[in-house]
Design a protein around this ligand. Structure first.
Ligand code: KIV
Length: 295
């Protein structure tokens, strides 16, 4: 029997797909990705959206916030993710201060995510204050995903990574932000770190899909950082994360066995080398796709 998994044409998830999913009540799965290998794995797993988040500053670069991440760095990771996917909709995250300085700066940077990064849309953090910029970017043909509630780029203004919208007045402000982002033309909205009932209220008030992280089960979709979901992060284990595997432990054990076998001489064996070069042409990487671009 032929394995069709790798050859079946994959229909790209698009803005109309996401709108239809909201209408039909089908939940949207979004996961962060930062490189081609992870992107391929998550794409094959069926993620609808891959977000090249500025969370890469923390999980890839080892920074203690997302603030040092640059546009060039996110675009670099976007390119890698784009090469690894066939089906997922790819969103590039606008980093700290990459759109606030002027409309020209916002538009120039947003466009680079599509033209250089291979993304299909951008995400930016902000509500009422970001609305005019969102409209300008959307009118130029770049789809925008909004992000309100706990916005990690405002970590200092918020006094830490704190749940937002807990008082009645604060909840009204988050709702106002969400409405402003929708009216500005965003096609989807991330709701981060807000009470479940507020997320439910926003989700039913908006016609665009909401994608929650630490915002409860009523959102139209959910997003997790891939390193969290796979159990690769060690120091940070936020309450809203569900770890579906413990890959850090698995990886550590595998690497420890490798180190041990190198020391003992158990690796490599004859079969891992090219002792028989007179009988066969040595090929370093089989032509099974290797690490390169996907067909
Ligand atoms: O940067 C990121 O990964 C994000 C998600 C957690 C929503 O913004």
């Amino acid at each position: 029997m032929t394995d069709t998994k790798d050859t079946a044409p994959a229909r790209r998830v698009t803005l109309p797909t996401l709108r239809r999913m909201k209408r039909k009540g089908e939940r949207i799965s979004m996961i962060t990705a930062y490189d081609a290998t992870f992107a391929r794995m998550l794409d094959e797993a069926g993620a609808d959206i891959l977000l090249v988040g500025d969370s890469l500053g923390m999980v890839v670069q080892g920074q203690d916030s997302t603030l040092p991440v640059t546009v060039d760095e996110v675009i670099y990771h976007c390119r890698a993710v784009a090469r690894g996917t066939r089906r997922a909709h790819i969103v590039g995250d606008m980093p700290f201060m990459s759109w606030q300085l002027s409309p020209e700066q916002a538009l120039t940077n947003a466009a680079r995510f599509l033209s250089e990064g291979g993304a299909h849309a951008i995400k930016l953090e902000g509500g009422v204050d970001a609305a005019a910029t969102i409209t300008r970017i959307v009118r130029a043909g770049v789809p925008v995903m909004g992000h309100v509630g706990l916005t990690p780029q405002s970590v200092h203004a918020m006094g830490g990574f704190r749940v937002q919208g807990r008082t009645a007045a604060a909840a009204e402000r988050v709702l106002e932000d969400a409405r402003a982002v929708e009216q500005a033309g965003a096609y989807a909205l991330v709701l981060e770190g807000i009470p479940n009932d507020l997320a439910a209220r926003i989700t039913s008030a908006l016609s665009i899909p909401t994608i929650g992280i630490g915002a409860g089960p009523s959102c139209d979709g959910q997003v997790l950082v891939c390193y969290d979901l796979l159990g690769l992060t060690q120091d940070l284990k936020p309450r809203f994360v569900k770890r579906y595997a413990e890959l850090y432990e698995l990886g550590r054990e595998a690497a420890a066995r490798y180190c041990e076998e190198v020391r003992s001489g158990a690796f490599p064996e004859e079969a891992h080398g090219f002792g028989d070069v007179r009988r066969e042409v040595p090929v370093l990487v089989e032509a099974s796709g290797g690490y390169g671009p996907r067909a």
